[in-house]
Design a protein around this ligand. Sequence first.
Ligand code: PLP
Length: 388
Amino acid sequence: MNSIIYLDNAATTPVVQPVIDAMVPYFGEHYGNPSSIFYSVGAEAGSALSAARESVARSLGCEPSEVFFTSCGSEADNWALKGTAHRLGAKGKKHLITSCIEHHAILHTMKALEKDGFEVTYLPVDHEGFVNPADVKAAIRPDTALVSIMFANNEIGTIEPVEEIAQICHEHNVWFHTDAVQAVGAVPIRFKEMGFDMLSLSAHKFNGPKGVGALIVRRGILPDILIEGGAQERGRRAGTENLAGIVGMAKALEIAVGSLEEKSKKLSAMRDALQRHIETMPDVTINGTKGDKRLPGTLNVSFEGAESESILLFLDMSGICASSGSACASGSLDPSHVLMGIGLSHALANCSVRFSFGVQNTPEQVETVCKALDEAVAEVRRRSAIYG
Ligand code: PLP
């Protein structure tokens, strides 16, 4: 396990020990159902749920009553989009706006809504992956219900001008949702101050457990219900709560937000060291922005003439885990829609690797990766029919 160098923290992160310690009692000792309020075992579970809700609210700068726990980031995204479309669509607002580089949890949901009769505008991005707020403004129509733009991109790490876009939406009386799954726990986020109406997060991206997330919904905003059933989450999201997961998410978020500056410095130092090395290699392109509007741990590179899958196999033989795009998209032969969205050619998009750093990585590991990468890329290019 220790010999593995895991550089795929944008796909998922290991759960850190204090989070495991916080979760364990809720698998055994505190097994109650938070909805069973008439006896102490249930009431204790209910108190733990409330404490976790308060903690998440403190970490993100919102009210506890604005936190709705979900089973993952994808559910939160589905809920924000479908819930808004169905609520406001009934009032004739049948137009939605998003960007062409969103995660599939957004893009596929938008496609499903198109089949239901909604119209969707997919905004382009520039070569660094930025959405232009002026494009958002120009796309808003009298029947626009929602704008959904991600906080930070999962493949290239570009941080979008979401505060400015939220402001434009408010001026036009349009709801604004941000998929902040990659950003929460990586960059500072204050929900209320930043003017968001809805925000999605997912615990497994910030050293919390898998299978738990949340949708933060500003008071006064009421998307339709996605999961019907019991009265959990103030009657807005049915299903017995994943209490251990929720407790773990709150703890992981508290740790991540409490060490944000330190974490950001550590991750960006390692990322920049790898980038500097890569820039000495021939025929490479750094994808996305190289400026500070990028997630601290994310680096996406195209190695001309060396297909991603082959590079990844060579790296794997050296115990290094990286990715050829978002984990959800791998297995598909189509080039990444994000890389195509920033204007890469089909060929270059298929030669791209994402390295994403996490708290467990070390500068020594970066040195090992640089050596292994030199060898892997040289070897793949040597065997390549399209390079040289
Ligand atoms: N949105 C973004 C930007 C993501 O990166 C991901 C996961 O990779 C998701 C949504 C989906 O989150 P989850 O895996 O919790 O469903």
